[in-house]
Every structure is written in structure tokens, then in C-alpha cells.
Design a protein around this ligand. Sequence first.
Ligand SMILES: [Zn+2]
Length: 235
Amino acid sequence: MDAQLQTLIELQGFDARIAGLETEAARLPRQIEALQTALADAKKTVETIKTKVDATKKDLRTREKDLEVANVKRQKLEAKLYEVKTNKEYSAVLLEIEEAKQEKAKTEEDILGLMEMQERLAVDIKDAEQRFKTREEQARQDEAVVRKKLAAVEQELEIVRAERRSRAKELPVGVLASYDRILKARGGVAVAAVSAAAVCGGCRVGIRPQAIQELRAATGLMVCESCGRYLYWQE
Ligand SMILES: [Zn+2]
């Protein structure tokens, strides 16, 4: 086979590998990002519950103070009962006491609810923290694997690019420029095989019998009349 054609075929092989490795090198950092985002979300869940715990604690303190105030108020009202002079005043104080009782009952109910909430949140936060810890460990391991993969891909890219550069030097500048131009214009494929079906492996357009003869002889470079890719014969 023509030496230049042989070099073009090999160059195409390098470029296909480079394209695959570049895709991988772009994909892996996104995978790392996704791992970190998922972890940040798990952390956020813990923080959200913590905020709820703090708010509940604060509400509880407030309501406990309310209860103290209500107790004092009731004591004062009960003392007042002994001081009133008239039945009317007496009834009025009794009514106030009744209202204070209801207020107290409502406050106690709130306190109970808040305490139950606190218990529930204590369980929730334990679960969330456990989940976060598990995920953190898993994410750390996964990230290490992906980073290792990425380093290997980048290393291989360097090697293949260097091989490609050294092989490319074997071609005349004009042929290389033409190859590079077709590669860019034709989706990363500048060299296409033609087999017994007699169509261009790149664009699937039929090749003339005369051209097939020349291809089989492989005495020089030939391009597809339709897509411009370099052609070679493949049995
Ligand atoms: Zn073609």
C-alpha cells in the first residue's frame, strides 16, 4: 500500500482515539461535580433539620415562659377573689380565672406538641446525619476512582497526541493540512474504507468501477468525489 495512505489510516486511528479520550476527559469532571452536588444536598438536609430543631427549642422556651406568666396571673386572680366586695366583682374574677385556665391549657398543649416535635426531629436528624456520613464515605471513594480514571485518561491522551504528532511529520505539509481540514469538516473522519459494496465508508455514496480499480491498486492517494474523504480499499 502507498506509504502516505498507510500513514493517513494510522493518523485516523490516532485521531479517533484522541476524540474518544477527549470526550471521556470532559465527562469525568462532570461526574465528580455530580458526586459533590449530591453530597452537598445530603448536607443541606441535615442543616435544614438542625434549623428546625433550633426553632422548636426557641418556641418551647417561649411557651414555657408563657406558662409561667399564666400561672402567676392565675395566682393573682385567685388572691383577688378574697378581696372583692360584690358578687358582681366576684363573678367577673371567676370568669377571668376561667379564661386564664383555658389559656394555660392551650399553652400546655402547645408545649406537649413542641416536645413531641423535638423527639421526632431528634430521630430525623440522627437518620439524616447517618445518611450523610454513609454518602460522604461513598462519595469520597467514588471520587477517588473517577479522579484516578481521569488522570489515566489525561496521561493516555498525552501519549496518543505525541504519537500522532510524530506520525503526522511523515506526511507532506499539504496532505496533512488537507487531512486536518477534512477531519474537522467531516465529524472527525477524514479517511474512509471502501469494501466490496463499492460505497464510500464515510458518506455511503457509490464509487465508480474505474476508481475501484485504482483503489485496489493503491498506488496513490484518492478522495471520495462526494465527501472528499481519503479512501482506501478494504477486502
Ligand atoms: Zn464519501
